[in-house]
Write a protein that binds this ligand. Structure first.
Ligand code: CP3
Length: 344
């Protein structure tokens, strides 16, 4: 089906755009009361993720309510560890929790390489969403970067430092590579299956990139992200975004991998990032999500400043990380509308 609004895809490919496209990380859920209603009806987060009709409904909500230029499939990066053999639970107000974690070589051997079919409920949600969107905007598929998934598999949940996962890199580097390799194969299978089911674009989230040293980042993260990008590009023609939160030290190297767009967080200077990454990539971001607590005029002024700093081409407007749950819907709309109304 032909897309009526393909601004994001054109921006990712470096083509001409009439205006800067915009979407928001974590736009599905979190801030929308309409989401909370569906979630209550379902009983919990996982039930929602695993019910394609409802996942489809909350995926489309931000397109209808916020007017963003793309939908992102409602799911989580943690479906991959689960498909490999480590089920997760989403604890109310606490976040993810894994009953089993990876500690030994035997634990790694016991994990499966996930196939796309293991995540049939996400693929079905993608098919339903594509149909329901009927070409209004592109649909983004996603996965966690292998390092970020590895970190959850070792820690068994969130952490400020991810010191257990980092300890594993120092004490068992060979086993770490073995696990990262299994996660990478699973993630590649999963992302290719998402494209086959209808995803128009892909994003890889490396949320915990910033806890590694530059050297470790190259060895234990970038190498695997790069392998995923190469695997996707060898099979299908789809734009890929890599978002490595807090990895300011790796921007130059990120500019060299086979992806189309690099996501920036708000700590990364825009001109400096452009100079480091070069002109062959689109940049995505990078407003501080806390700007959306500011008075309206501050939101408008800062948003216009950001748009001008990125320039007309090769920019996809977004926040520098996911939107915070207590953000007012009207402030989010103001951010989105300011971008949509701005002309160079
Ligand atoms: O972006 C979207 O709107 C699509 C859906 C999406 C979710 N998680 C739904 C979700 C996406 C893209 C993710 C990615 C994700 N999940 C990341 C990478 C992005 C990032 O923020 O860095 C990470 C690290 C996770 C792991 C995760 N999932 C955590 C730590 C938590 C708990 C804290 C939180 O973010 O709310 C989740 C839960 C989660 N994933 C929720 C949603 C809507 C909240 C669950 C609820 O409804 O109670």
């Amino acid at each position: 089906m032909k897309l009526q609004n393909d601004l994001i895809l054109r921006a990712a490919r470096g083509e001409e755009v009439e205006r800067t496209p915009v979407w928001l990380m974590r736009q599905a859920g979190r801030v929308l009361p309409e989401y909370r209603k569906v979630r209550e009806k379902m009983g919990g987060f996982k039930e929602l993720v695993e019910s394609p009709e409802f996942a489809c409904e909350v995926t489309i909500q931000p397109v209808d309510i916020l007017g963003v230029d793309a939908a992102i499939i409602f799911s989580d990066i943690l479906v991959i560890p689960e498909a490999m053999g480590l089920p997760y639970q989403m604890m109310e107000a606490k976040g993810p929790w894994f009953e089993k974690t990876v500690q030994t070589a035997a634990d790694i051997d016991a994990l499966r390489v996930a196939s796309g079919e293991d995540l049939h409920y996400v693929l079905e949600a993608i098919r339903l969403t594509k149909e329901a969107l009927s070409g209004r905007v592109p649909l983004i598929g996603f996965a966690g970067a292998p390092w970020t998934i590895f970190a959850y598999m070792i820690e068994g949940g969130g952490s400020k430092t991810f010191s257990k996962a980092k300890k594993f890199l120092y004490t068992h580097p060979d086993l770490a590579h073995k696990l990262l390799d299994k996660i990478t194969q699973s993630t590649l299978n999963y992302l290719l299956a998402q494209v086959k089911a209808g995803a128009d674009m892909l994003q890889i989230f490396d949320s915990w990139a910033g806890v590694l040293s530059p050297e470790q980042y190259k060895e234990f993260s970038l190498r695997y992200i790069s392998r995923i990008c190469d695997g996707i590009k060898a099979a299908v023609e789809v734009p890929i975004t890599v978002f490595a939160k807090d990895a300011f030290f790796a921007r130059k190297e990120l500019g060299l991998i086979h992806c189309d767009t690099i996501g920036l967080d708000w700590t990364m200077d825009i001109a400096e990032s452009r100079a480091l990454i070069g002109n062959m990539k689109t940049l995505q971001g990078n407003m501080d999500p806390c700007l959306l607590y500011a008075p309206d005029q501050v939101i408008v002024d800062e948003t216009v400043k950001m748009l001008k700093a990125f320039g007309k081409h090769r920019h996809i407007a977004n926040l520098g990380h996911g939107i915070y749950p207590d953000t007012e819907k009207e402030k989010v709309k103001l951010f989105v509308n300011t971008i949509k109304e701005f002309r160079f």
